[in-house]
Design a protein around this ligand. Structure first.
Ligand SMILES: Nc1ncnc2c1ncn2[C@@H]1O[C@H](COP(=O)(O)OP(=O)(O)OP(=O)(O)O)[C@@H](O)[C@H]1O
Ligand SMILES: [Mg+2]
Length: 283
């Protein structure tokens, strides 16, 4: 294939292109020299200790925070561009913390995800109704669709919020810890669902989570961020905790401890990555 054609195909499938990005917050550098390309259909996990800049990176990609240096290109546009309307979805943990006094059913909440500037005053079309039903089915909330959101458990509410993003038909969805408070069974089925969305519907997902185990089982690619990107590669090549420590320049806490892949050991891993493994411990 001539190089100009292959370059063209590549630029077409790259939907996010971050180059030499640096971001400061309150005068302190939080992200430094970030270079990152994500292609259509990829399911990418983003991990790192608390305060390492994961949320900052997502908010900068969305255009909510401004970068001091570097460029961000989303589908060939700058963040917040009008052309991106409806293309990008975002789910944060806080998104499920709806005020208690808001009376809204699961179905109504998910339906909100299908509203945009063009259809705001139109009747719900069959297409939108189908998107809503499908999204509710995907997250397994059919039986609760007419229930008030305030009566759901934390995990169920989180699933409702994810359904809202799915119903929007956004192509690129950014998830910031969507699994917190979701029990293990639902968590696994949600991750499988996200994986399926990438495979079958060519959605692209960038997901922050501290549940390393679950992420390693489902994502295609992992990024380890700590101010800068310390690892970016296929999930099967993601380093174990001991090698991660050397990436971070950290000494082992206990000399005789081995990596957490060892069987029969109940002590915590020698390397502490902030909250990275917290979901595992909950169980
Ligand atoms: N609103 C803010 N104003 C100033 N600094 C902030 C603000 N929010 C976060 N920071 C700082 O930016 C750095 C990165 O925070 P960020 O929220 O991106 O980390 P994170 O990787 O998402 O952490 P966590 O795993 O705890 O969610 C931290 O040092 C934090 O103190
Ligand atoms: Mg965060």
């Amino acid at each position: 294939m001539p190089p100009e054609i292959s370059a063209e195909i590549e630029s077409e499938s790259v939907i996010l292109d971050v180059a030499d990005l640096s971001v400061s917050r309150s005068g302190k550098i939080v992200l430094k020299d970030i270079n990152l390309k994500i292609k259509r259909g990829e399911f990418v996990g983003l991990v790192g200790p608390n305060g390492s800049g994961k949320t900052t990176l997502l908010l900068t990609i969305l255009g909510i925070l401004k970068n001091q240096r570097g460029t961000i290109n989303l589908y060939g546009n700058k963040p917040m561009s009008r052309k991106l309307l409806g293309k990008i979805g975002w789910v944060s943990q806080a998104a499920s913390n709806l005020p208690r006094h808001v009376k809204i059913t699961v179905q109504e909440l998910v339906r909100l995800g299908t509203i945009n500037a063009e259809n705001m005053f139109l009747r719900l079309s069959r297409y939108r109704r189908e998107s809503v039903n499908r999204a509710i089915e995907m997250v397994g909330l059919q039986d609760l669709q007419h229930t008030d959101v305030s009566r759901l458990s934390g995990g169920q509410r989180q699933r409702a919020v994810i359904a809202r993003a799915l119903a929007s038909n956004a192509d690129f969805i950014l998830f910031d810890e969507p699994l917190v408070g979701v029990d293990r069974d639902s968590r696994n089925s949600l991750l499988k669902l996200l994986d399926k969305l990438c495979h079958d519907e060519n959605k692209t997902i960038l997901m922050v989570s501290h549940d390393l185990t679950a992420m390693l089982q489902t994502t295609h690619r992992m990024i380890y961020l700590e101010e800068s990107i310390k690892f970016d590669g296929p999930t099967e090549e993601f380093p174990d905790l001991a090698s991660l420590a050397s990436l971070r320049g950290i000494q082992h806490v206990h000399e005789h401890e081995h990596s957490h892949h060892d069987s029969n050991h109940e002590t915590p891993p020698a390397v502490h990555l902030g909250k990275l493994d917290e979901n595992k411990e909950e169980e």
